[in-house]
Design a protein around this ligand. Structure first.
Ligand code: GDP
Ligand code: MG
Length: 168
């Protein structure tokens, strides 16, 4: 069975860009408008000789616009995202170094930790920056060392995926 890696994160952090790079497809819709990906998007990736399934999620944005209060994951994410997380062998939590750490990142991180599945924190849009320094503030999320990457430019992606797949 190929492991299933699920990409989650706030709108516009670059989830679909990463998905497209991992699957070498144009399947996921990338746009400047947050929340464009409505449903789960499935693809296949390979790192070295290890194949895996990758799932792009877009439901957080949709859920937020409908949010009525409270901060539990179930209120932040649609059923689509919850179902994706339920079938995940590993979770790839993507944040945006250009926007920096924000309250929603903290909420998502807390709830992802409680799922008890392996979570890797990737700090996207780090091209042209001192990548280690840029990612440092995200240590505060309590998800271990943040992995600086650039999904758009393909920087740090192989190392990231090797780390994600290592325990699986
Ligand atoms: P999603 O909402 O999380 O799926 O984000 P998208 O993949 O649709 O990307 C949102 C925006 O961020 C688009 O304008 C992308 O071109 C841009 N983007 C994605 N990855 C990177 C990156 O590594 N660096 C930069 N500078 N922009 C990126
Ligand atoms: Mg998307």
């Amino acid at each position: 069975m190929k492991p299933v890696v699920v990409i989650v994160g706030r709108p516009n952090v670059g989830k679909s860009t990463l998905f497209n790079r991992l699957t070498r497809s144009r399947a996921a819709i990338v746009a400047d408008e947050p929340g464009v990906t409505r449903d789960r998007q499935y693809g296949d990736g390979v790192i070295g000789d290890r194949p895996y399934h990758v799932v792009d999620t877009g439901g957080i944005a949709q859920a937020l616009s409908e949010r009525k209060g409270g901060d539990a994951l179930r209120e932040l994410m649609t059923a689509q995202v919850r179902e994706a997380l339920a079938e995940a062998d590993a979770i790839l939590f993507l944040v945006d170094v250009r926007e920096g750490l924000n309250a929603l990142d903290r909420e998502i991180a807390g709830d992802l930790r409680r799922l008890g599945k392996p979570v890797t924190l990737a700090v996207n849009k780090a091209e042209g920056m001192d990548r280690a320094n840029a990612a440092a503030e995200f240590h505060a999320l309590g998800l271990g060392d943040p992995w600086p990457v650039s999904s758009a430019h393909g920087e740090g992606i192989s190392d990231l995926m090797a780390h994600v797949l290592a325990p699986l």
